[in-house]
Design a protein around this ligand. Structure first.
Ligand SMILES: [Zn+2]
Length: 101
């Protein structure tokens, strides 16, 4: 076994790939390991640092990733002033009637 270090427990493989992508953009070598959750049987994925020397850089990238994800999740939906449908906070036009939000 090499000295892999667990960086991030992802929700699923797609999120794990996203995190690895962010890490690689910052020059941090990382890898995904898939496993099936013994309780649910779902495929989970963890992200590991390939090089222990890059741990600090990796943690900076992950901190920024978590902050970004949380700020997105905390923004409430916006109700359309025209038709009243709920729209995600990052939408500029109503998905239903195309009015400006
Ligand atoms: Zn609308």
């Amino acid at each position: 076994m090499s000295q892999r270090i667990l960086l991030y427990k992802a929700y699923d493989y797609v999120e794990a790939r996203l995190v690895v992508n962010e890490l690689e953009l910052a020059g941090v070598a990382a890898e995904v390991h898939r496993y099936s959750d013994p309780e649910t049987g779902w495929i989970k994925a963890d992200v590991y640092a390939s090089r222990p020397s890059q741990l600090e850089a990796a943690q900076r990238v992950l901190a920024a990733y978590r902050t970004r994800r949380e700020s997105k999740a905390e923004r409430p939906d916006v109700a359309c002033g025209h038709c009243g449908e709920q729209n995600p906070a990052n939408f500029e036009l109503c998905w239903s009637c195309r009015a400006d939000l």
